[in-house]
Design a protein around this ligand. Sequence first.
Ligand SMILES: Nc1ncnc2c1ncn2[C@@H]1O[C@H](COP(=O)(O)OP(=O)(O)OP(=O)(O)O)[C@@H](O)[C@H]1O
Ligand SMILES: [Mg+2]
Ligand SMILES: [Zn+2]
Length: 267
Amino acid sequence: MAQADCPHCNGTGWRLVPADDGSATRAAVRCECSAPDRSARLLDRARIPKRYEHCDLSNFDVDIYSSESGGAAWDRSLEQARLVVQGFVRNFPQVEEQGLLLMGPCGVGKTHLAVAALKELVLRGHEGLFYDYRELLKEIQSSYNPVNQTTEMDVLEPVLKAELLLLDDLGASKPSAWALETVGHILNSRYNEKRITLITTNYLDGESAQHARSVLPSGEAVVNTEDSLADRVGQRIRSRLYEMCRTVEVFARDYRKVIRQAGRLRS
Ligand SMILES: Nc1ncnc2c1ncn2[C@@H]1O[C@H](COP(=O)(O)OP(=O)(O)OP(=O)(O)O)[C@@H](O)[C@H]1O
Ligand SMILES: [Mg+2]
Ligand SMILES: [Zn+2]
């Protein structure tokens, strides 16, 4: 909301400026005094979970592991991922119709990076929406009504229409064939409408899973490597994602575990 005592807009949130065409008419523009609220509202509408509200590109650490054996490569992977996300944010919406597919094991910061991008773009005035994949499937499934399809559209519409959608944890559950069909429809429609989608997943492609195993400490890389992303979402969706998104693989240790261990060492 505007500030009640604002000298520029008298609390209306709008002020008059000369029109672009140089004529005597004046145009109403939003007063700066309402900007912080507007940002908060936009962020609210993006439905970013509390747990990830703190995520920024500036607080994404890329200098963590250099003292560990093999750690320099993990730091490089984090740095590379951050660079790609930074580039994406900088160029948006000129991103050649491509979103990002952040792939990697648990806790390497995929959601952190994706939320950081979403937040920055929302604060720039773009319309963004965060959706956890399992949550989306649940909503799709529970709203399914063979007689009355309107509720289903209530769920689908925001996901189809959001300028920027962050679909977090793709593949985290294995839905029924028709629910997967719906996910395919969502991704496909967004692609056709040139809407950008950011995706995170900890399912890798076959070769990447092997690579992950070879560069990460044993016990850390093996999460979810029995199934590939294609096993989880089907070959058609996997294949579509190659076109829709630039793939960013992140191979590092689980940051949650590292922080916990560090905390224990300090205390
Ligand atoms: N490099 C980093 N610098 C700062 N914080 C980080 C970094 N990596 C992860 N985090 C923090 O660690 C927590 C876990 O990261 P995040 O949820 O992004 O991991 P993830 O790769 O999405 O994991 P999952 O596959 O389990 O979803 C978050 O609170 C995040 O902010
Ligand atoms: Mg995540
Ligand atoms: Zn004002």
